[in-house]
Design a protein around this ligand. Structure first.
Ligand SMILES: [Zn+2]
Length: 267
């Protein structure tokens, strides 16, 4: 089935509509019924299939609709925004697929336009047929620990006011463990070991897969790289600064999980 137009979708289909990186709300709701969504769709913008009877689509810049940023929506969940985790995961996936569509309008080989392939999850060049699949950028995020202390840092570029785990992009040819050792060394100048995978999280800003780890401090004092890190310190687990919420971020989950494991550990 080609998903080139909503005509091929059933009347029960529901859509997530985006205006750039903001979600357009339907009277406060996330989803739009197909018949209501049609008039807002940007010309020539084929909806992206998200699963059974669910699509994401881009709307024109001139559509005057209530919109909400992805960031406020995802972080708002922590403040009881009311949306379910499954719905927010769908919004996150939709945002990433539309970002991929937006940034792959032309073929990287011959420069001709691309168009959605049969499945809707591939773009194909109209001239040379080259296929382009959605791209994910793998990252590591790691909580470095030293007994009852954790190493938390505040980024130099994105000043959120929070202290959080260190993180970085996996470079070509690296394993996640190699990235962790390199990033920790580069950002704060300490050596680590005993790296353990904990869990992962897709992160739609714009399209990362965050792989979360714990690691033990082995040697060295903290020397922050000023280009990356505004401040980094060891914090005792019973006196932590403001950190990202565990309900929304893998950073928060890593910190909370470690604090809980130490609190329940035998003395
Ligand atoms: Zn081409």
């Amino acid at each position: 089935m080609r998903f080139g137009s909503l005509a091929s979708a059933r009347a029960s289909a529901r859509l997530l509509l985006f205006q750039g990186d903001r979600l357009a709300l339907n009277g406060g709701e996330l989803f739009w019924p197909a018949e209501a969504a049609g008039k807002w769709l940007a010309r020539g913008a084929a909806p992206v299939p998200l699963g059974a009877d669910c699509f994401a689509a881009e709307i024109g810049k001139d559509a005057k609709l209530e919109t909400r940023s992805l960031r406020s929506l995802l972080f708002g969940a922590d403040e009881g925004g009311g949306e379910s985790g499954a719905d927010l995961a769908l919004v996150s996936r939709a945002s990433q697929l539309l970002h991929w569509r937006r940034t792959h309008r032309c073929c990287g080989l011959c420069g001709s336009p691309t168009r959605p392939g049969e499945s809707g999850q591939v773009l194909e060049c109209v001239a040379c047929g080259q296929a382009f699949f959605p791209r994910i950028n793998p990252c590591v995020i790691m909580l470095v620990t030293r007994g009852d202390e954790v190493l938390l840092a505040r980024g130099a570029r994105y000043r959120s006011g929070y202290y959080s785990c260190l993180a970085g992009f996996i470079e070509i040819g690296e394993t996640p463990e190699q990235t962790i050792i390199r990033e920790v060394r580069e950002e704060v100048g300490v050596e680590i070991g005993n790296i353990r995978y904990v869990e992962s999280q897709p992160w739609p800003f714009p399209s990362q897969l965050m792989l979360g780890f714990l690691a033990d401090h082995r040697a060295g004092e903290i020397v922050p790289d000023p280009a990356e890190i505004e401040d980094a310190r060891w914090f005792p687990i019973n006196d932590l600064p403001k950190t990202p919420a565990a309900s929304v971020t893998i950073a928060g989950k890593l910190i909370d999980g470690y604090v809980r494991s130490r609190s329940s550990a035998p003395l």
